[in-house]
Ligand binder design. Structure first.
Ligand code: AMP
Length: 216
């Protein structure tokens, strides 16, 4: 089963993916988390990606698609978070899934006003070790700067500064928003209002996944 979470940066894709992966046993494939880990480890892939990530630009399609292709196995149950982000990547994904005898079951678009996305990004903090997501305004870690889950350091992402967050939103509008029309035309898209509390968003997402499971 393949579910894609689409949505502006800050719309809660990471938070919801972590919840849904735990609940349904999906493998959570978050391309942003993978790039941050590769950059932190200084790998060849991390070195290729780091300037793009730091500046809020998209890593070239060929690099991302090849990376994802290496992580998808036939028969797997995947929740894709942050991929695909361009039409070219969506076509690349269709090819990867076809090769694995699979296809996209459901795409959910998390919708959110731009100013709320900026507010969420600039108040977001993440664990450098396990990628758990916090928010200094609404859901801070119990001990400031320390991850509740693994004790790792909780920090602000470099690309969550206001200037870079605004740039990322523009990239989203230009390159990722067209995917909404693409998947709507394929009749696999559902919209979810992500401006609501996380528990309510999770309930809506769970209902969509349950329906997709029942339809298989
Ligand atoms: P995210 O954690 O999803 O907000 O991603 C952080 C950054 O990683 C993005 O701003 C891009 O630089 C890079 N990135 C993540 N996923 C992709 C993707 N599918 N295509 C291109 N770049 C990506």
């Amino acid at each position: 089963m393949i579910v894609i979470l689409l949505g502006a940066p800050g719309s809660g894709k990471g938070t919801q993916s972590q919840r849904l992966a735990a609940k349904y046993g999906f493998t959570h494939l978050a391309t942003g988390d993978i790039f941050r880990a590769e950059i932190a480890q200084g790998t060849a892939l991390g070195q290729k990606a780091q300037d793009y990530v730091k500046n809020g630009k998209l890593v070239p399609d060929a690099i991302v698609t090849e990376m994802v292709a290496g992580k998808i196995e036939a028969g797997g149950k995947y929740l894709l978070d942050g991929f695909p982000r361009t039409l070219d990547q969506a076509h690349g994904l269709a090819g990867i899934l076809k090769g694995a005898g699979s296809s996209v079951d459901r795409v959910v678009c998390l919708t959110l006003p731009n100013e709320e996305a900026i507010r969420r990004m600039t108040s977001r903090r993440v664990c450098k070790n396990c990628a758990a997501v916090y928010n200094v305004l609404t859901s801070p870690p119990k001990v400031e700067g320390v991850c509740d889950k693994c004790g790792g350091p909780v920090v602000q992402r470099e690309d969550d500064s206001e200037a870079t967050a605004r740039k990322r939103l523009m990239v989203f509008e230009d390159l990722t928003q067209p995917l909404v029309a693409f998947y709507r035309a394929e009749q696999v898209l559902s919209d979810v209002d992500a401006s609501r509390p996380a528990d309510e968003v999770e309930t809506s997402l769970s209902a969509i996944i349950d329906a997709a499971k029942a339809a298989r």
